[in-house]
Design a binder for this molecule. Structure first.
Ligand code: IMP
Ligand code: MG
Length: 188
């Protein structure tokens, strides 16, 4: 797939991300003190994979994890407002504390529908942990228990987040700047 001329500029460094995740892990560890109650982290594929992997190791209590895949964006960068489950969880969530782990909160449509879906399965609790929150673009309110960073209305990539499946493997988070046709022969 060809994507328009653009460049990526760093917004959050690898170090900033790592230290914020350590803090989130400590908060989560404190907030779920009863280790006899299962804590299930539910990663939203594919963007949250890197965040989930690092967050897990920052939590100092027993955790389980599972994945769900939903489609809301397709290859475009705008939310069409419909959320479809493409891959469901492997196991029931009844009686477990569920923490949904998502890369970024934008319109809120994905997470509000996931919260509803998982709550209806008799989880003991359902909370949300997002790495990034674009508060200005919210269309549906979403209760966020843990948030890494609030960011402005940028399209961001890296650390799991993609632009047409590119950039997921960047160690940092950057924002995409598009170049108009007139400056497309610039070296960027
Ligand atoms: P929402 O349903 O509009 O809140 O969309 C959330 C989903 O859209 C995220 O899980 C991402 O997959 C995607 N998304 C939203 N903003 C961005 C972005 O800036 N970069 C990459 N993906 C994004
Ligand atoms: Mg996502």
């Amino acid at each position: 797939m060809s994507i328009p001329a653009h460049e990526v500029r760093e917004l959050l460094s690898e170090g900033e991300i790592a230290s914020r995740i350590r803090e989130l892990g400590q908060e989560i560890t404190r907030d779920y003190p009863d280790v006899s109650e299962p804590l299930l982290l539910v990663g939203v594929l594919k963007g949250a994979v890197l965040f989930l992997a690092d967050l897990l190791r920052a939590i100092e209590r027993p955790v389980e994890y599972d994945f769900i895949a939903v489609s809301s964006y397709g290859a475009a960068t705008r939310s069409p407002g419909e959320v479809r489950v493409l891959k469901d969880l492997d196991a029931p969530v009844a009686g477990k504390h569920v923490l949904i782990v998502e890369d970024i909160l934008d319109s809120g449509l994905t997470l509000s529908s996931l919260i509803e879906r998982l709550s209806s399965r008799h989880a003991k609790s359902v909370r949300v942990c997002v790495l990034l929150d674009k508060l200005a673009r919210r269309q549906t309110p979403v209760p966020v228990a843990y948030c890494g960073f609030e960011i402005a209305d940028f399209f961001v990539v890296g650390y799991g987040l993609d632009y047409a499946e590119c950039y997921r493997n960047l160690r940092y988070i950057g924002y995409v700047i598009h170049h108009s046709l007139e400056d497309s022969d610039s070296p960027l």
